[in-house]
Each structure stands twice: as structure tokens, then as C-alpha cells.
Design a protein around this ligand. Structure first.
Ligand SMILES: Cc1cc2nc3c(=O)[nH]c(=O)nc-3n(C[C@H](O)[C@H](O)[C@H](O)COP(=O)(O)OP(=O)(O)OC[C@H]3O[C@@H](n4cnc5c(N)ncnc54)[C@H](O)[C@@H]3O)c2cc1C
Length: 1011
């Protein structure tokens, strides 16, 4: 008996022979495209620039814009293409009306190569040609990212329309194999769920399924009536579980339970794909009706690995290509073994994967008319032909759509075709021998490669874009990963934490002074802003007496703590981080109730608190050791730092654990004794943080917890002679008072008070004429309305160039209108309540001011009846001097300003008192450079949201009236909590100087700690 491997080799060789019989290039059209691809395969930088240029081109309307971008993207590169571009640009300058359209035409042709038609009419022509070649079809609608429900409705209508047209045009078509035709309807539509619902949140699959089912039912019903097939395509990992759940839920409904013509995709590059497939098969058996599975490797490998690297989490995909190939083969067998209930389709261009499927089918006695091979339109034509010649069932995946929406698809295809790892490149561009291409992938898996992000050699390294840079310390720092609410397990844990937190509503929290729990007669309630009748907990109210006691306790503790080795202090923070990690869901749940954060926002806050602890611990280890200033014979001069004394930390409610923890942990790790005062609106969160420090073993008095009124204890402590440092984050009004008051030297005061003052913002995002609108809308909406606009980094001024003003507004308003507003206890809510009644009233007042000053372009109509819910609001016709364009509102209110050009945009953006965050959406390299240089903001974000700073990666803080220029989560932050000192010793004796001094020495501690 022949082994499977030799069978695969024989079949593969046969396919190659057939392929070589009709030599054709890899891609169906020659010329321009071939040349670009060849260059891309040999030059990574060129490839990046090319893909970026291709992505922006359709949005450029004038020839001059095309020429300008061409020059910006390609001038200065060393590839063979630049002289060509240089010449092209020179010619284009003289004859722009000729060159630019030619270029656009060329790129259009390139896209058209992968797009079967711009409309149903064009696509039918293509499908007819394929029919003559005995190739079937599945049609997919290309699209822009769906940012609103209006757009999702349009897609649903498009799918419906397409289905009708395809059914009409193909009604007399018969099955190409004339066998088992009942398994393979002629009309086959591939659907992407992301096109049908704009508010999908991985944390809320039930919500997504409810919305998507409403859209899908009419489509499935009609498909059934027309005898058509619907396939659920698979997209990024974040949507995978929802897609699977949706598929199973809707097809178990009575109406569709016995309908066999629906299919779903399994991506073999996913580690959990085998589990998913087996689960589907079990579901199919229980359902009792056949369904189909298209097995693919997966189209989002680069995206998934980049996303995971950014979040420092394990990627859901295999990291070695042969692992995906081997898993594809494993799942091929699983499919065939369960052929009684599942109809398999294999979506691959890889001859080895295809030959293996053929061999396993034969081994298990499955007729080749009972499964199909599916290949993409515009790719691997010779392989399709070979398979038809071998009597296999072949279906082509045919995208339909306009050029602009098709660009993301085109770029994915370009990436695939030029990927170092891809089969097509190996076979058709590099002529790798057949024998090599047909090897068993299991043999190619390298056991030595560690299964984590570092194995690819780019994550965590200091190599950036090929250049070796001096790495800031933040570069190798590993942030705690965010909780992924994709997983049912995480969703369940959060639900259970919310239930537990609810049970503890009304709990009373003491003050902590000098390691003792202190109670007073006054308790302050902290309410749930989504349901103000619910009291989340009570804080004990400190008065001046307790404040005095806290200062004394801190002062006393400081004398010992300051001489505690920094290593011990750093370890304390690491224990705090570990405890927060262990209690992560519990802490998040309290935030949801106490300040109205959505799940992921609450988790982000706890993650940030953990990062502050681990980052500052690490920074302290760097700063803690005295460093030699210069190497000179006979003298040693060491520069080091001492703590300042007693630090008073005043934190806001909007990042109730992260900011409090960030400031307090910086104070503690640097050897100061800290009094922390949480905001009056987030006392319970503050108390929880204190509990965590207690559990971690913070010595008595080193950290004291004082809840109470800012006007009483805050003012008292700011002015106190024994307080050496004030770390404040909050409003400009309070911040400026502290700044002023701390400047007065009181009798008996030892030190000049250091004030760290982080205040508000009036953050602007500028949208360039060539911006990617999908991203612009998505990120602007998130930046403006995420956490109800209550982040100091939130977007409040959207500055649009008049050239694309209408296009942005057209999509922005429906996107805002689609947001999910509600009690954030529910998963997937984007807009919850604002913090309390005064905030609620103040924001409503600003909305009234806005109505008088500008045009109310949008305001949500429905918000929950209880709680402090403000409807997301957008004003247009806003002028820079209006109050709504100058004053911080701190709520879900967005002002849109129209400007002539980038000069004016910068003038407007920089024209406020603040400089906290700012953003820019553009695909012009020159304009991006200009904004990088000229936008006045402490944190400038390009082509992304302007919120969500990550410790170590985006040190956070502004200047002008936004703050004193400090950077929380940055490598110089701890310096604010320290005083520098230099110790110099003459080490020579009678002219004899010892050898070289070490660059670092031990701390100056006396008495020396025992080893
Ligand atoms: C008809 C059809 C429909 C499709 N539908 C979908 C769909 O709905 N959803 C979807 O996600 N994909 C889909 N794909 C798959 C995707 O678009 C790619 O075409 C496919 O992954 C390429 O695989 P291949 O077997 O042709 O080529 P090969 O060259 O053999 O494999 C390339 C693939 O290997 C994987 N890979 C690359 N590098 C690595 C690495 N270092 N470690 C691990 N794995 C790696 C990636 O998945 C990559 O795409 C479909 C493909 C076809 C043909």
C-alpha cells in the first residue's frame, strides 16, 4: 500500500504538470503589476510605500494630488523604481493631466484583477466566462468598514439585491459535474457579518447575534426560496466566536433547522480551530441537517500578530507557517471523516494542501463530486484549470465592488502574493522545485522555536524598521495584557464579579492612617451614576484633625522608609501589581458601578494601574543606584537621588484606580511617604486600592488613605508646612489654585514644594483631505464618546478641511447615531452615564450654549430615563472663538470646525489655552511630518484615537494650561518625586590614585542593610 505522503506527492506532481502545460504568469495580467510585485518581493521598504500609496490613491481626486503623493511616498528610496518615479514626477509636473490618470488607471487595473466586477451586471459577465470553464462562483461584496447602522442597512440591501440578480441570471445553469448537485447550489453568496452590524463588541455576543439575526433572517429565507447557498465568511479573531455562535443559533431556529445550504469558514491558522470545528460538527449532528465548512488558512495573519504584539498577548494564530499547513491537513481529515454531516470546501492555492485533500478523500472513499476546491478570483488561474481537468469541483471566490471600498481587499491580496512564506510566491516567483513544495509540513515545523511573540525576532527587540535605535527603557518594558472579552470565560468572570460587587453595595470604608483603620462620624455615600438610587459604598469623611494625623504618621514613616533599599520598595510595587492582577475583575466591576465605565474601559484602567507599578518599580531600579558623573583619576563623584518627604496625592474620578495608583506608587517607590486622597466620586475605588497596598505589606504610615472634601482636607494639606510635594490630576480651576497656593512658603516649611499638576484639555483632531475615512470616523467617534467624553484626552474639536467636510459629516453623524447608550453593567455599551448630577447639569448647560452659538447637527434622542445620561451631541458651524470651542466640557459633546487648509487647521488646533492631546488623520507623509513638528499637544496621535495612552509606550501629560509638563508613565516621571544630590570623594592618598571607579555603586545607606 502506498503511503499518504507518496500519494500526495504523486497527485501534487500531476497538478504541477497540468499547471506547467499551460504556462501562465502568477497573476493574470502582465506589465505594470508584475513589475511592482517583483520589486516588492525584493524590497520591504518599497513594498510598504507601495501598499500605502495604493491605499490612498482612490481617495485622491486631482492629478496634482496624485503627483504630490507619488513624490512624497517614493522620493529618496534606493530601489529601482525611484529613478522611474523621479522621471515620472518630472513628466507629470509638465503634463499632469496625462500622467496622473495613467497611473490611476494602472492601479485600477491592478485592483480590477482581483475584483470580479464593479456591479452585479459586470460580475455576471465574469461568472458566465467561468461557467464555460466549469468553474462555479461565490460572490462577496467588498466594503468600507461599516461605521453606522445606516451603512449596515445598505449592505443588507446590497446582499439581498445581489441574491435576486444572481438567481435570475443563472436560473437555467446546471451543475458542472452533474453529480451530487443537490449539495452545491449554483448561486453562492459569501457574507461578512461585520458589514451587517456597526456596534459589534466581542464582549457582547448576545447583542450582536440579536441584531445580526434580524438582518440575516430575510436573506437566509430568500436564499432558501431561491435555492441558493449562503456562506458566513470568517474575519478577524475578535469576531470569530460571535460568528460561530451566530451561525449555530440562527441555523437552529425552526425555520432554518432543516436547511442544508449554509456554510461557515474555519481558519486553520488559529490554534483553537480544531476545537471549533469539532464543536461545529457535534452541533451539526445534533441539528440533524447537513451544513458546509470552507477550510482556509486565514487572511489576517499579519493583523492578528501585530495586534497581539501591541497588546503583549499571545497571538491566537500559529507562528510557523508549516504549523498552519499541518493543521490544515489535520482538519481536512476531520472534515472528511465527518462528511456525513458536513460538506467540505478547501480554500487554498497551495498545491500540497490541495493534493493532500484529494489523497485523504480517496483514502476514505469520498467521491470528488462531494467536496469542492475554492480559489480566489484573479489568482492561481493555472491551478484552477488543472483541478477542473482532474475532474474536481472548483468554485471561484468573486469579490464585487467599487475600487475605493476594494482597496483593503487589494492590499490583503498584494500582501499574500508577496509574502515570504506564501506558496504562490515560492512556486511562481521563486520557482522552488515541486519536490520541496510537496513536503509534509509536519517535517518542517521547527521544535526549537518558542511559542511566543519573541520567536519572530521582532517583538521586544530594539530593531525598528531595520534601524537600531537607542532604546528608551519603555521599549523593553512589557505591559500587562488587556483582558480579552472575546472569550466566554472572561465574559463569565466579569458577570460574576459584577454580581459579587453588587452584593457588597453599601459597604463602609475607613480611612487608613499610620497603618490603622480610622472611622469618623461622617460617612459620604458614593452612588452608581447609572442608577443614582444605588449606593455603591460609603467613604469615611476625614476632617482637618485626621489630615493632621495623616501628616504626622507620614512624616514619622518617612524617616524609616527613605532609608529602605529601593529594591524593597520596588518589590512592594510588584506585589501590588500581582494582587491587582489577581483581583482584576473585582476591581473592574467596582469601577463599572462607581464611575460608569464600560467593561473594557474599566479593565483598561486596572491594566494601567498594574503597568504603573511594574514600570515605576523598574524605573526606580534604574534611578536608585548612584551613577558616576565622570571618570577621573583620584576622585569619585556619584550622582543620586533622595526622596522629597511627604507627598500629597490628589486624584480624579475618571481613572479612579490608575491615576491614584500611578501618583501614589511613584511617591512610595521613590521613598516618600504618601497621603492619598481619592476623588469624592470614587471613594470605593480608592479604598480598594488602599486595601491592595495593605495586602502587599506597605509599612504603616508609608501610604495613608484620606477620603473627604477637597475644599477641607485638600486645601489644608496643600498649604501644610510638612507637605513637600503635591501630585494633582484634575480640573484647571483646582490645579491653578494648588499651583498658586503651593508657591507660598509657610513658617517652618523645610522644602520648596514641588507641584505635579496635570489638568484638562480641549483636544483637537485634524482631518486631512486624503484621510482614510473609515479610520477617521471610527477613531473620532471613539475618542469623543468613549467613556462619555470624560477622559482628559478625549476629542472635543474635530477640525475638517473644507475639501472633505461633507464626506466626513455624512458618515460621522449616522455613526454617532448608532452608538449603544446604556447602563455599562451591560457588556458592549459605548456611552454610559456621566459621573454625577453637577456634571450632568454643567454639560447640559454647555449644550444649551452650543445651541445658541452653533448648529446642533446631532443629538441622540433616546437615553435611559434614570441616571446621569447625556445624549451624544455634535455641533457644526463652530467657530474657534466660541465657548464650546474653547472651554473644556468633559462630556459627550463634539464640536466640528471647518477650515480652508492645513495652515488654518493648525492655527485653530493650537489656538486654545490647552495642549494635552491632539490628532491628525492623513496619508500624506509630508503633512504628517508637519503635524508631528507643529501640533501643540503633549501627546500627538497620528491616524489613531487620541485617547488610550499606554504606560511606557505613550508617556502622558501636556503643557500650557494642561499641565506642568510631566509625563506619567514616562522614564523621567519619578524625577519629580526626588531631589538630586552629588557625593564627591577625593580618593587619592599622597598622589596615589586607585584604578577606575565603577560606573554605578551601592546606595548611600547608613547603617548598611544586612545582606
Ligand atoms: C476561496 C477562498 C475563500 C477564503 N475565505 C476566507 C475567509 O473567509 N476568511 C479568511 O480568513 N481567509 C479566507 N481565505 C484564506 C486567505 O484569504 C488566504 O487566501 C489563504 O490563507 C492563503 O492560503 P493558501 O493555502 O492559499 O496559501 P499558503 O501560501 O499555503 O498559505 C499562506 C497562509 O499561511 C498562513 N501563514 C503565513 N505565514 C504564517 C506563519 N508565519 N505562521 C503561521 N501561519 C502563517 C496565513 O494564513 C497565510 O495566508 C479564503 C481563501 C480562499 C481561496
Amino acid at each position: 500500500m502506498r503511503s499518504l505522503q507518496s500519494d500526495v506527492e504523486q497527485r501534487g506532481t500531476r497538478i504541477f504538470e497540468l499547471v506547467d502545460k499551460h504556462p501562465e504568469r502568477l497573476f493574470s495580467k502582465a506589465g505594470f503589476y508584475q513589475r511592482l510585485m517583483a520589486l516588492s518581493m525584493h524590497d520591504e521598504r518599497f513594498k510598504t510605500q507601495l501598499f500605502r500609496f495604493v491605499a490612498v490613491l482612490p481617495s485622491l481626486r486631482r492629478s496634482s494630488e496624485i503627483i504630490q503623493h507619488l513624490e512624497e511616498y517614493f522620493s529618496g528610496s534606493n530601489d529601482g523604481f525611484s529613478p522611474l518615479i523621479g522621471m515620472g514626477v518630472r513628466v507629470a509636473r509638465i503634463f499632469p493631466w496625462i500622467s496622473a490618470p495613467v497611473l490611476r488607471w494602472n492601479v485600477s487595473e491592478m485592483a480590477r484583477q482581483f475584483i470580479a466586477g464593479r456591479n452585479p451586471h459586470e460580475v455576471i459577465t465574469t461568472l458566465r466566462k467561468r461557467r464555460a470553464q466549469k468553474i462555479g462562483f461565490t460572490v462577496d461584496v467588498l466594503g468600507e468598514a461599516v461605521v453606522s447602522e445606516a451603512e449596515a442597512d445598505e449592505y443588507a440591501a446590497l446582499y439581498g439585491n445581489l441574491l435576486e440578480k444572481l438567481a435570475r441570471e443563472t436560473k437555467d445553469w446546471t451543475d458542472p459535474l452533474g453529480k451530487n448537485a443537490e449539495l452545491f447550489p449554483v448561486v453562492n453568496l459569501s457574507v461578512k457579518i461585520s458589514a451587517l452590524y456597526s456596534q459589534m463588541s466581542p464582549a457582547a455576543p448576545a447583542d450582536a447575534i440579536a441584531h445580526l439575526s434580524t438582518k440575516l433572517r430575510p436573506l437566509l429565507r430568500r436564499a432558501r426560496e431561491l435555492g441558493a447557498f449562503i456562506n458566513f465568511d470568517m474575519e478577524s479573531y475578535a469576531l470569530k466566536n460571535t460568528t460561530l455562535e451566530l451561525f449555530k443559533t440562527i441555523l437552529t431556529e425552526a425555520e432554518f433547522k432543516d436547511w442544508p445550504h449554509a456554510g461557515i469558514v474555519i481558519q486553520a491558522y488559529l490554534r483553537d480551530s480544531e476545537g471549533d470545528l469539532r464543536d461545529l460538527i457535534e452541533w451539526g449532528r445534533a441539528r440533524g441537517t447537513r451544513f458546509a465548512v470552507r477550510l482556509v488558512k486565514g487572511a489576517y495573519w499579519d493583523y492578528e500578530t501585530t495586534k497581539s504584539d501591541q497588546n503583549r498577548s499571545n497571538p491566537p494564530v500559529f507562528l510557523q507557517k508549516p504549523e498552519s499547513d499541518a493543521n490544515f491537513e489535520k482538519l481536512t481529515r476531520v472534515l472528511f471523516e465527518n462528511e456525513a454531516v458536513v460538506t467540505p470546501a478547501f480554500g487554498s492555492h497551495n498545491v500540497r494542501s490541495i493534493a493532500h485533500a484529494q489523497a485523504v478523500a480517496d483514502e476514505l472513499g469520498i467521491d470528488r463530486s462531494r467536496f469542492e476546491f475554492q480559489l480566489l478570483y484573479g489568482m492561481a488561474g493555472p491551478i484552477k484549470r488543472a483541478l477542473v481537468e482532474m475532474g474536481c469541483r472548483v468554485r471561484e471566490y468573486c469579490p464585487i465592488g467599487e475600487l475605493l471600498p476594494g482597496m483593503a481587499y487589494l492590499v490583503r491580496r498584494l500582501l499574500e502574493n508577496t509574502s515570504n512564506e506564501g506558496f504562490l510566491r515560492a512556486k511562481f516567483a521563486e520557482n522552488v522545485p515541486a519536490k520541496e513544495l510537496l513536503r509534509d509540513p509536519k517535517e518542517l515545523i521547527k521544535p526549537a522555536v518558542a511559542e511566543n511573540g519573541d520567536s519572530r525576532g521582532h517583538s521586544g527587540s530594539n530593531q525598528k524598521n531595520g534601524a537600531s535605535l537607542h532604546a528608551a527603557d519603555g521599549d523593553s518594558f512589557r505591559n500587562a495584557p488587556l483582558v480579552s472579552f472575546i472569550y466566554k470565560d472572561s465574559q463569565d468572570k466579569m458577570q460574576s464579579a459584577l454580581r459579587e460587587a453588587r452584593k457588597r453595595f453599601g459597604e463602609k470604608h475607613p480611612l487608613y492612617i499610620g497603618g490603622e483603620k480610622i472611622w469618623t462620624d461622617n460617612l459620604t455615600p458614593s452612588v452608581n451614576p447609572a442608577e443614582p438610587t444605588e449606593i455603591v459604598g460609603y467613604g469615611t469623611e476625614a476632617g482637618v484633625e485626621e489630615a493632621e494625623r495623616a501628616v504626622k504618621a507620614a512624616r514619622a514613616a518617612f524617616e524609616k522608609w527613605r532609608w529602605t533599599p529601593f529594591e524593597e520598595r520596588a518589590q512592594l510595587l510588584e506585589r501590588v501589581a500581582d494582587i491587582m492582577e489577581r483581583r482584576r475583575y473585582e476591581l473592574s466591576a467596582v469601577e463599572v458601578f462607581e464611575v460608569g465605565k464600560a467593561w473594557s474601559e474599566a479593565d483598561g484602567d486596572i491594566r494601567e494601574a498594574i503597568d504603573f507599578c511594574t514600570f515605576y518599580a523598574r524605573q526606580m531600579r534604574r534611578l536608585g543606584r548612584p551613577k558616576l558623573t565622570q571618570q577621573v583619576p583620584g576622585e569619585e563623584s556619584y550622582h543620586h537621588y533622595l526622596p522629597r518627604g511627604v507627598a500629597f496625592v490628589i486624584a480624579p474620578w475618571n481613572f479612579p484606580i490608575a491615576i491614584l495608583c500611578g501618583m501614589a506608587s511613584a511617591g512610595v517607590v521613590t521613598g516618600n511617604a504618601v497621603i492619598m486622597k481619592p476623588s469624592e466620586q470614587s471613594i470605593v475605588c480608592g479604598a480598594m486600592l488602599m486595601q491592595v497596598f495593605e495586602e502587599a505589606g506597605v509599612p504603616p504610615g508609608v501610604l495613608n488613605f484620606l477620603s473627604g472634601h477637597g475644599s477641607v482636607i485638600g486645601a489644608h494639606l496643600v498649604d501644610h508646612k510638612d507637605v513637600d510635594l503635591i501630585a494633582f490630576t484634575g480640573s484647571r480651576e483646582v490645579g491653578l489654585k494648588i499651583w498658586e497656593s503651593a508657591g507660598i512658603t509657610r513658617p517652618g516649611q523645610r522644602e520648596l514644594k514641588r507641584v505635579i499638576c496635570e489638568m484638562g484639555g480641549k483636544n483637537a483632531m485634524i482631518v486631512d483631505a486624503d484621510a482614510d475615512l473609515d479610520e477617521t470616523i471610527m477613531y473620532s467617534i471613539y475618542s469623543a464618546f468613549g467613556f462619555q467624553g470624560q477622559k482628559c484626552s478625549a476629542l472635543s474639536r474635530l477640525i475638517l478641511l473644507e475639501k472633505n467636510y461633507d464626506r466626513v459629516i455624512e458618515r460621522l453623524i449616522p455613526a454617532a447615531a448608532s452608538l449603544r447608550i446604556g447602563n455599562p453593567e451591560q457588556p458592549g455599551i459605548m456611552v454610559g452615564p456621566v459621573i454625577d448630577e453637577p456634571a450632568y447639569r454643567r454639560i447640559l448647560e454647555y449644550i444649551e450654549i452650543g445651541k445658541k452659538e452653533a448648529t446642533l447637527a446631532y443629538q441622540a434622542k433616546e437615553v435611559p430615563p434614570h441616571g446621569y445620561f447625556i445624549p451624544p451631541t455634535i455641533f457644526t458651524d463652530v467657530k474657534p472663538n466660541m465657548r464650546i470651542a474653547r472651554e473644556e466640557i468633559f462630556g459627550p459633546v463634539l464640536s466640528v470646525l471647518k477650515v480652508r487648509d492645513l495652515d488654518e487647521a493648525l492655527e485653530v488646533a493650537n489656538g486654545t489655552d490647552y495642549a494635552l492631546t491632539g490628532g491628525f488623520f492623513s496619508r500624506s507623509p509630508d503633512n504628517i511630518e508637519r503635524i508631528k513638528a507643529r501640533l501643540e499637544a503633549g501627546n500627538v496621535y497620528i491616524n489613531r484615537s487620541c485617547t488610550g495612552a499606554i504606560v511606557g509606550r505613550h508617556p502622558f501629560g501636556g503643557f500650557k494650561m494642561s499641565g506642568s509638563g510631566t509625563k506619567a508613565g514616562g522614564e523621567d516621571y519619578l524625577l519629580q518625586f526626588l531631589v538630586p544630590r552629588v557625593v564627591t570623594e577625593n580618593t587619592s592618598r599622597h598622589g596615589f590614585a586607585p584604578g577606575q571607579s565603577p560606573e554605578y555603586r551601592d546606595e548611600f545607606l547608613w547603617p548598611k542593610p544586612r545582606q
